[in-house]
Design a binder for this molecule. Structure first.
Ligand code: FAD
Ligand code: NAP
Ligand code: SF4
Length: 675
């Protein structure tokens, strides 16, 4: 008996049936453009199909060169392309899955000199000014979309998704913000929505009745001069008439300054938009954004917010998500924590996507956890993310593993991270590993600070040292003053913090500690309405684009916070590409003051003394909190080597500079795969 009856109710589309209500949403992985990329991507999708996904939507494929997202991006415009895509569709069908190809024309988001758009207006997120499409260019673009759809059918796809949201070309035609044309594709709304309607109509005519057409409709643009709700509804109705099988929900343009998928966005924060659209349309609707666990998906379906759920990143984190849900094993799901660190950030850096909690994602052909031929007795010291990954993977492969930690609980620094408002999802990674330790029968010894002698007595064949880091203590006069606290004092030991605070260091932890100190009460990331208020989103949909004329209301910080760094330059420049701006924006709204280019001179009863631009200053504060980076913590290694034990060192314990959980888990997993 399933706990999730709505998820597992098949959906009959008339000519084909989806076996459940879960769609793997479109996600560019960068594999499309890699050597042997199609074989690799076929393996990646096939694992997800085997994992039970009802329908997969491929990453965006351009219909022509002008539509590229970046130079040489994947395209479907000739028979040569069909051959490559056949590798994907065959692999997915072999596993009993279905797959649609997303046709994406980037328009002015194209990061290349051939970009085109309804009007020659540069986007704030690409350095390339697009060319204005001539009327003949529009006709050619429609032909290319239709050609792409026909070729995708030839390649064995079960359908296409026409990407009409997130601010790409079609969206650019729809709204006045980007469409200043005076011809039949500009001016009135009727004209501006002409392109998507023609696209869907002509595609349907070309592919016949028995082919899925999903249209991704931008239901909430979240940018000035976007669509009004009435316009979105009008377009939705026309798209339905034009022949779409399913309408998917698009939330927010890429250039919107409102987060839509980051970890601080509450789960299911935008399904109310799809629910509102359900009152207007009769074809199945898909909802998306920050849905990562079966309980959330089931509730959305049960409450009638949508007919289908689209999740993208959760399938990087766990290819078996659907099968685990089917077996009522939610607690075994490796949950996507919405950090973006290994997926979106990689794509924007032109690297192959992967996943922080699952380094196998997009590396299915080269990173595998195969049964060991020689069982060993292995000790893992440290139960942070690295030690947890090493221990569970080594045990899964058949080794006998004992995991030690000095702390009373597993999780290492993630126990601090999960307390930051907006980072509650980090708890899920600890939950996942806790369950894996049981399933893989790892012996866990907590409250145990081990030394070399303990390990010698344990008769271990090999030891993995995953003891993480120790915080850096800067050499500033007065570091022993009682007002000085470390981030560990604040987050772990819960030492009281006063009303005026200086934070030394502006890396990830400096930002997180400032966010922690700037909030009071429950995190807005756990309350959709509170969060929407903080970001100025109008749930009544009376405001154009969901935001026009709405003032964001954020609770003031209970403290005055001053963040310091020695270097010049922007605060948060080293934070994640797709999330750094969110942290900066939140702290600015909380009136945190950023002070850079300083030298610290001393800390005493008067506060923090520092030099900036040659002048001496003193800031009176109640506390100075040190977040000045981290150092390796590998004290165990030398004594272990001295007694002749075979030692492997993981990350923090190895090189602490810029160590984060992504690197820690990746390195530990790769080590455990070969040990
Ligand atoms: P740790 O997590 O430090 O774990 C080491 C463990 O070893 C500890 O549990 C310790 O008790 C144990 N140990 C040490 N010595 C011994 C011994 N002799 N015997 C027994 N046990 C021992 N990273 C990201 O990628 N993204 C983020 O958003 C992010 N946010 C963060 C927010 C905060 C507030 C903090 C503090 C860190 C954050 N990090 C983040 C960093 C991330 O948590 C670390 O990079 C990661 O935890 C490192 O993993 P690890 O297993 O190497 O070490
Ligand atoms: P970090 O990112 O290296 O930042 C350290 C900060 O301390 C810098 O701002 C640095 O700025 C300052 N600093 C360095 N040496 C100093 C010294 N001797 N005296 C005074 N200030 C000094 O390290 P972190 O913030 O400790 O984070 C640790 C790891 O966790 C990082 O890898 C980080 O990526 C990861 N993390 C990631 C996130 C995330 O959201 N992705 C969040 C938290 C942590 P100046 O040199 O300019 O003073
Ligand atoms: Fe999710 Fe982070 Fe993995 Fe991306 S890297 S899939 S956001 S857990």
């Amino acid at each position: 008996m399933t706990n999730f009856p709505h998820i597992f109710e098949p959906l009959d589309l008339g000519f084909t049936t989806l076996k459940n209500r879960i769609i793997m949403g479109s996600m560019h992985t960068g594999l499309e453009e890699e050597k042997n990329g199609f074989e690799r991507i076929a393996n990646y999708y096939a694992e997800r199909a085997k994992g039970g996904v009802g329908l997969i939507v491929s990453g965006g494929i351009a219909p022509n060169v002008q539509g590229w997202t970046g130079p040489f991006a994947a395209r479907m415009s000739t028979k040569k392309h069909v051959k490559h895509h056949k590798i994907i569709t065959d692999a997915v069908h072999k596993e009993g899955g279905k797959i649609c190809m997303q046709i994406l024309h980037a328009g002015r988001y194209g990061y290349h000199p051939f970009a085109v758009a309804p009007s020659a207006i540069k986007s704030p997120i690409s350095p390339f000014k697009p060319f204005r499409l001539k009327p003949s260019g529009i006709k050619r673009t429609i032909r290319d979309f239709v050609n792409s759809a026909k070729l995708s059918k030839l390649a064995g796809y079960d359908g296409v998704e026409i990407m009409g949201s997130e601010g790409y070309l079609i969206n650019q035609f729809i709204v006045e913000r980007t469409n200043k044309r005076k011809d039949t594709y500009g001016g009135s709304y009727e004209n501006r929505m002409r392109l998507p309607i023609e696209l869907v109509k002509q595609t349907r005519e070309a592919v016949g009745k028995e082919f899925i057409i999903i249209y991704r409709l931008s239901m909430l643009d979240l940018v000035e001069k976007g669509s009004s709700w009435e316009e979105v509804v009008a377009l939705g109705k026309e798209i339905e008439i034009a022949g779409a099988t399913i309408i998917n929900t698009g939330i927010g343009w890429h250039e919107a300054r409102i987060p839509t998928i980051a970890t601080s966005v509450p789960r299911a924060a935008f399904t109310w938009v799809t629910k509102k659209m359900k009152e207007e349309l009769s074809i199945p609707l898909v909802t998306s954004n920050r849905i990562n666990m079966p309980e959330t998906a089931e509730k959305i379906l049960a409450e009638g917010h949508a007919d289908l759920i689209s999740m993208a990143r959760p399938f990087l984190a766990d290819s078996e998500w659907v099968n685990k849900a089917a077996e009522n094993k939610s607690d075994e799901i490796n949950t996507c924590i919405a950090c973006n660190q290994a997926c979106l950030d990689h794509v924007f850096e032109r690297k192959v996507a992967s996943c922080l909690v699952n380094p196998r994602a997009c590396h299915e052909t080269e990173l595998n956890y195969l049964p060991t031929e020689k069982k060993k007795n292995i000790a893992v010291v440290g139960a942070g993310p690295a030690g947890l990954a090493a221990a569970t993977i080594a045990a899964q492969r058949g080794h006998h593993v004992t995991l030690f930690d000095a702390d009373k609980e597993i999780g290492g620094q993630f126990n601090m991270a999960k307390q930051i408002p907006g980072k509650e999802e980090f708890y899920e990674t600890i939950r996942y590993f806790k369950k894996q330790l049981i399933l893989q029968e790892v012996t866990v010894k907590l409250n145990k600070m081990v030394d070399a002698q303990d390990l010698k007595m344990g008769n271990f064949d090999e030891v993995i040292v995953a003891t993480g880091i120790k915080p850096r203590t800067p050499k500033i006069e007065g570091m022993d003053h009682p007002m000085v606290l470390s981030y560990i004092d604040v987050l772990k030991h819960k030492k009281p913090v006063g009303k005026r605070v200086a934070v030394i260091g502006a890396g990830g932890i400096g930002f997180d500690v400032s966010e922690y100190l700037a909030h009071e009460g429950e995190s807005p990331s756990l309350h959709i309405d509170a969060w929407l208020k903080e970001w100025g989103i109008d749930k009544t949909m009376k405001a154009r684009s969901g935001i026009e004329g709405i003032t964001a209301e954020i609770d003031p910080s209970p403290r005055e916070i001053f963040m310091f760094k020695r270097s010049k330059g922007k605060f948060g420049a080293n934070l994640g590409k797709t999330t750094g701006w969110i942290h900066r924006s939140t702290l600015k709204k909380k009136k945190v003051q950023f002070i850079n280019n300083v030298q610290y001179t001393k800390i005493d009863d008067d506060g923090l003394h520092y030099v900036q631009n040659g002048s001496q200053n003193v800031l009176s504060v109640d506390n100075v909190i040190i977040c000045a980076g981290q150092l390796p913590h590998a004290a165990l290694v030398a004594p272990l080597e001295e007694i002749g034990l075979k030692v492997h060192v993981v990350e923090g314990a190895d090189v602490a500079v810029e160590l984060d959980a992504k690197r820690a888990i990746d390195q530990a997993s790769r080590l455990a795969a070969t040990i």
